[in-house]
Design a protein around this ligand. Structure first.
Ligand SMILES: [Zn+2]
Length: 481
């Protein structure tokens, strides 16, 4: 009986070296099938970059399904290590060989799973491949970490923005752009708004393309631009490289930003709360959408509370409680946008003009400076733990367990630090009423919004009184104390 064979290929990076491209795998497997006189009825290909990623392998599942359904009774692959990723998977295959008479052929050598010797060989080959892959991963990780600790230049790819091709010499024109970006982000402006401005001014990335918020975020959050070396262990990757690695050493290249500014940016840009607050609003052309809340009482007497949005009527910009199907917004409140914006501006500038507030802003924040130290200490501890793991002083499991509380505390502290940067937003803005008014007029929407959200949590808007044309008493400010 002619065997119906399925070819299984897997693309991965756990074994470099020639001949493992997927086309080559399939070609070799087809040739082997032909030699054995098997009909190739299916080719299954999985793409996973790491043997340990644990990512699902859909093609592998299909293959196992084919074997169980009896549509396939032989499997051809390049090497046992292409076929299975773990001893358990190999045992599954051996099991199927027993139950369904599945035959296995590999280009790299004959394996007869029907015999004890064949199984032993398969198990040994699988174990050897895994050992090699584990070793290689560890070796690479150690090398990267050592290079990182030496503050060496990480090779590969294009030059980093702000530096020449040698990756060490500062490019002054780009450094100035970085400083400007940092200043604006720290002042509460959204990444999208900065990118739009840079696009207008023709400022591009190293690749010559316009800056996107994601790229700008990564660049400004990198420790590199503060002259520090950052290390991101492979084990901490999920799908993409995490925004923040561990700062492991001063680099051999000079910094463009101070360590303090860099720490602030890193805390700010990694704060999910900020993304919601600042970036989530960039498309809005209405200053106060989402900040204004509808205060019209519902049937049970509690306020509607829905975030008001910009909706012009007859060409007049207005904020309204939206009439959106599927929500419980009451659609019962509306206010003229221009007048509301002016009223809110005047209220906020008046509040910021108060001596009490200015005093509070200028009070040195002890807690803030302690945060930096705590963050630095935790980063160092993580680094030490990673080193202990690298030197095999502790097991992988011990490493994972030990880093968890440190990472959690680090995350909390970074979030706190980013809150203090709201104070920084205001510090850069406050002055006499006239000064602030002048600054306000020069600001774009995103910058103004940063001032508003640093000052008030929300503004409640009561329904209009039909007898009054403009009634400032409709607005109740929830000030951030
Ligand atoms: Zn409402």
């Amino acid at each position: 009986m002619t065997r119906r064979a399925a070819i299984y290929c897997r693309i991965s990076q756990d074994r470099g070296g020639a001949g493992l491209g997927v086309a080559r795998q399939e070609e070799d497997c087809r040739a082997l099938s032909a030699r054995k006189g098997w009909d190739v009825v299916a080719v299954h290909t999985d793409n996973d970059v790491s043997a340990y990623s644990g990512a699902p392998r859909p093609a592998w599942q299909e293959l196992m399904e084919d074997v169980r359904n009896g549509t396939v009774d032989a499997v051809v692959c390049w090497h046992v290590d292409r076929l299975t990723r773990s001893p358990r998977e190999l045992e599954d295959v051996i099991d199927l060989a027993d139950r369904y008479g599945l035959e296995l052929a590999t280009v790299s050598g004959e394996i007869d799973l029907a015999t004890p010797t064949g199984r032993m060989i398969a198990r040994m080959l699988g174990a050897a491949a895994r050992h090699e892959a584990e070793h290689k991963a560890e070796r690479q990780q150690r090398q990267r970490r050592q290079a990182a600790e030496a503050g060496k230049v990480a090779g590969g790819g294009k030059r980093p923005f702000g530096y020449e091709d040698d990756r060490v010499t500062v490019r002054e024109d780009e450094a100035e752009v970085i400083r400007e970006g940092a200043r604006r982000v720290l002042a509460g402006e959204s990444l999208a708004s900065i990118c739009r401005d840079w696009q207008k001014r023709g400022i591009t990335t190293v690749a010559g393309i316009p800056w996107k918020p994601s790229a700008l975020r990564r660049m400004l959050a990198s420790a590199r631009i503060s002259g520090r070396r950052e290390h991101t262990p492979r084990s901490s990757w999920e799908k993409t490289r995490p925004l923040l690695g561990e700062i492991v050493a001063d680099a051999i290249w000079p910094g463009i930003l101070s360590h303090e500014d860099s720490d602030r940016l890193r805390a700010l840009l990694s704060d999910p709360e900020r993304r919601r607050r600042v970036e989530g609003t960039t498309r809005r052309s209405y200053l106060l959408s989402g900040i204004l809340r509808c205060a019209k009482p519902k049937a049970d007497g509690t306020p509607c509370g829905y975030g008001m949005v910009g909706r012009p009527r007859a060409g007049v910009p207005r904020y309204v409680c939206p009439n959106t199907p599927g929500t419980d917004a009451c659609a019962g409140t509306a206010t003229n946008a221009e007048k509301t914006d002016e009223h809110v501006r005047d209220m906020i500038l008046t509040a910021l003009d108060s001596p009490t507030l200015r005093k509070r802003l200028q009070r040195p924040d002890d807690e803030d400076s302690g945060l930096y130290e705590e963050i630095r200490a935790d980063e160092e501890e993580l680094e030490e733990l990673a080193r202990d793991f690298g030197n095999r002083k502790i097991s992988r499991k011990e490493w994972m367990i030990a880093r968890q509380p440190v990472e959690e505390r680090l995350e909390r502290n970074r979030a706190k630090l980013s809150k203090t940067s709201r104070t920084a937003v205001l510090l850069a803005f406050v002055g006499s009423y006239e000064d602030m008014r002048e600054r306000w007029e020069k600001m774009n929407h995103s910058q103004r919004r940063a001032i508003v959200t640093a000052t008030v949590r929300a503004i409640e808007v009561a329904p209009a009184n039909p007898r009054k044309r403009w009634d400032p008493d409709r607005f109740i400010f929830d000030w951030i104390a």
